[in-house]
Each structure stands twice: as structure tokens, then as C-alpha cells.
Design a protein around this ligand. Sequence first.
Ligand code: HAM
Length: 450
Amino acid sequence: MTYTAPKGVFDLLPGAPSWQASEVWAAIEEEIRETCRDYGFREVRTPIFERTELFTRSVGESSDIVTKEMYTFLDKGERSMTLRPEGTAPVMRALIESKTLQENPIQKLFYMGPMFRYERPQAGRYRQHHQFGAEAVGSNAPEQDVELIDLLLTLFDRLELNNLSVVINSIGNEESRQRFRSSLRDFLTPHLADLSEDSLRRFESNPLRILDSKDKQDRKILQGAPSILDALDSEASDHFEEVKRHLTALKLPFSVNPSLVRGLDYYNGTVFEVMTEELGAQNSLGGGGRYDGLLKQLGGPDLPAIGFGSGMERIIQTKLQQESDLETPLGPAFFMIPIGDDAIRACFAHLHEMRALHIPSEMDFSGRKVKKAMAYANKINARYTAVVGDLELETNQVKVKELATGEETTVALSDLSIFIASRTAEFESDLFEGISEQMMELFQGKGEDK
Ligand code: HAM
């Protein structure tokens, strides 16, 4: 019996080619953390599963996620649980439960983690995907909307993603949407016979979603459809105008698409999506919007909120499409090759010492021949190597080789750690922040060629 991962999920492995290399993910995650820090967003982590009602009540009974895509199961206590399909509802639940908002009703949080949706897997669409999301609670200012869009676009800019487009819309408050639903139904009624099956189903339950139908015939019918922007009240339309003004002032490119409604029920007001040209059908790199009523609906305080979620697989795939040459991951600073039991013991002690000094180091445990061990050191991209045998132990002298240049330096075995630390610190000072000032002083004058 051989085991394979279930359909639509995947592993991340070090050195894996393509978007599944764990090093690439770590680098992207670091950029996300840094960008969130710059914008004042702090990290939140919520459980992978929640009570099912949390999602049915927020994401909504008419959304595709709730009707078709949830991984729902009964636990041993016969309670219905669901693997989280998205992050917004869990974060709001956590804020309400922790009473954090009573102390500070302004909260700006971000998260990264797996989400689960039973979708038909294809490129860019998975049953377990990872989202980077940000949620800002407590402000209904248009600046808050723009701060989020700016955060997402700044991240994409730092990741050097090109050919993106930003689409925004406002879907107003519930009353405006009620009005708009009825005028949209009036408009569509004479065309019911020609609508796609999906749109016909949505005609009663959620006619707004018909607007983003991809069906050709639907699109043709929708050409003369009324615009939701005409149904907005003055507050929502003033807010939207201010959002557009700020985006323009910050030189963030965008276009307005009155058909953008997004597929989750909790939205109201500003909605937005960032699209890439690189990924074919699954072209949404991220999307979000306001959800001012959600906290209250979940039993929390009546506070406005806005956020977005962005698919990390899609971010990484877009980056790889545009930049095939990713940096080779850094190997260990030092790789020791011992010959004989005494050398193994001595090297093992040095290994421990170097790691305590934050020097990423390795040694050969396999006892393979020196030539093979050297080839391996090259393969894992080690910077320095040293072969240690009886002679080196006796004389307390060892030749340290820099693999890139072939240059050899003879060093006292007892000074090995200090020497490697001083050499590597010159090149990768940030990697060695852990080495204390005192240690650095010790390096002066030591470890040079003898
Ligand atoms: P969403 O549009 O359903 O929104 O998902 C956000 C992003 O997650 C999408 O734009 C896409 O990049 C990625 N994504 C979604 N499903 C998949 C999938 N099956 N495979 C790969 N990537 C996927 C939300 O989830 C909202 N919670 C966003 C939000 C936060 N709104 C306000 N705050």
C-alpha cells in the first residue's frame, strides 16, 4: 500500500522545485510579517476548526462556501464542527470571546494559515489553501479601507509582483441592496429563460451574485443591467468617493467595477479584489471588503470592520511566473568531515559549540569517504569545510576550506568556532545577530592565518 496526499492538498518541502519549496514560503511569510508591522497590524492565530454555526451565520447560507464547500463533521460529542473555510469569522469570534474590544475597540490584526474548502481542485484552487489575511475593527473611516488596500498592494510591490489590477466597488448598506435586488430582479425577469442554471438558482436567493457570473450568455444579458452604485445612499456614496480620492492621491491604480459583489454574505460598503494576469481562471490574488454588521450579528459590540484575505499559493505562483530564478537557499556556514572515532567526538563537540554561537553548521555522520562528503558539502551549498583526522587532533591544526574559492586557511582546532564565526559574520552579519559584542571582540586578532 502506498500513501498519497488527498486530492487538492499538497506538501511543502525544502528545496522542492516550484512553489512548493518551504524556503520560498518562509521568505514570503517574512515579507508579510514585516509589511504588517509597518502598517501596525499584529498577529492573531485561531483554531483550524470551529463550530459550524459560526460560518453558516457569517459567511452565509446563500454563499457557495456554506452551501457546497465546507468540511463539516460531527465530533465524538455529536457537535457539528467545520474546518475553517476562511479567517474573518474566527477572528471576530476570538475578539468577542476575549473581550479585547471592550478594552480597545480599535484592533488591527493579521493572520496566515490553512483554510479548507471542498472545491474542484485545479491550478490555483485547492482544498487546503493558505491565506494571509488582515482585519481592521473599530473604524468606519474611508482611510481605513484605503490603508488595507495599500497594505496589500505594498506587499505585492515588495514581492515584485507585476501586471496586477485592482478592482473596487461599493455594495452599500442592507437597505440599498434591498432596493437594488428588486430593480435587478425586475431587469432580469424578462430574461429568465436565457439565464444559466447557476444564475437562475441565485435569482431568488442572492441575485447580486448573478452580476459576477462568468457565463457568456449571462454576461450578454447583464450588459444593460442597473448599477448598484446608483442605488447607494449619500453616506455610502460619499464614503466611496473619499476612498477613490485617497487611492488616487496615493497613486494606487484601480478601476471601479459595479459588478464586483464578492461571494460571502457579510459584506457591505467597499469591496475590492486584486487580480493577476498570470494565473488563468483563478486570477484573484486577494479580496475583501467592509463587514460592518458582522461583530454585532455574532453577539459582539456594534463596531465597523474591514479586511481582506489573499491566497498565499497564488502569491507565490505569480511570483514564480514572473521570476524563474529564485535565490539558492543558504547552506550551512560550516561542514565538518571527521575521520575516525576520536575525530567524530571532537567534531561533535565543536558542532555543539558553533550552534551555540548561532553558526549554522553540520557534520558528516555517515562515515562516507572524504571525496563523497565534500561532494555532499558542495551540494548543500556549505560555505566552509574542514576534514579532521588523527593528524589534526595531534597537531591541533586544521585546514579550513572555503568552497566557493577553494582558498584554504590553517587554523588551530581549538579556535575553529571563533574563526568560522569571524569569517561568516563578515558576510552575513544579520545572520549572526546572536553573537555577542564580547565574542566579536574575541575574534579580533584570532583566527587569522597562522
Ligand atoms: P475569499 O475571496 O473567499 O475571501 O478568499 C480570499 C483569497 O483566498 C482569494 O482571493 C484567493 O486568493 C484565495 N483562495 C480562496 N479560495 C482558494 C482556494 N480554494 N485555493 C486557493 N486559493 C484560494 C475570504 O476568505 C474573506 N475571509 C476575505 C476577507 C477578510 N474579507 C474580509 N476580511
